[in-house]
Write a protein that binds this ligand. Sequence first.
Ligand SMILES: *Cc1c(COP(=O)(O)O)cnc(C)c1O
Length: 237
Amino acid sequence: MPPPTNQQAITVALMQTHKRIQEACQASARTTDEVMLLAVSKTKPLSDVMAAYDQGQRHFGENYLQDALEKIEHCTVEDIGWHFIGTIQSKKAKTITSKFDWVHTLDRHKVALLLNQHRPPHLPPLKVLIQVNISNEVNKSGVALAQLEDLVAQVSQLPNLLLCGLMCIPAAGQTEHMQRAAFTQMAAARDRLKQTYPLITHLSMGMSGDLGYAIACGSSIVRIGTDIFGARSTSSP
Ligand SMILES: *Cc1c(COP(=O)(O)O)cnc(C)c1O
């Protein structure tokens, strides 16, 4: 018997996700080429990644380094963009910067220095987004909005990093109004920084549950896991 495959379910789910993105874009007078779909494949097997790849998906997001490395190292196609969207431990920075094309969760100068220092010279600069703790949550990753500008100034000096935008994960369980307010603040921060740093164009925001508002507020990368690959088991690998 062939191994079980989720090919069909993933094909349908991807089409539905593209349709949601298209509808959200239409509702806010944006074009679909302004929004990149990042398929979040954390905890899912490489066969699921390849099922999405076969349908044209090229960008994949991963949170857990060991889980990600197993897929990246066994992956035989070259034209995939791997995005690290998990918490970055300093001691893992060297591996992350060697294996990934994008990092969405940069929030400290110390980590920026390590990613810059260890980026392999044969690779183009690592694309980085700075994570903002937009809901001001205690013990949550991300730089405070008040400290964002200082971190941007530091990161933008580093030659092996290409700072191209901001990322956020708004607090869970908020009202629609508060969620929209958070996304709108992010867009305002991006627009303000872009005047000084023209390469800061991306906004990574919106997940399976809040994709619509995020696109309405200017998101350029939506990070979708559950709606493409199905529910994950609750424990991390
Ligand atoms: C898991 C995860 C996602 C995807 O979330 P879903 O609700 O499964 O779409 C997006 N962004 C980050 C940072 C994540 O950790």
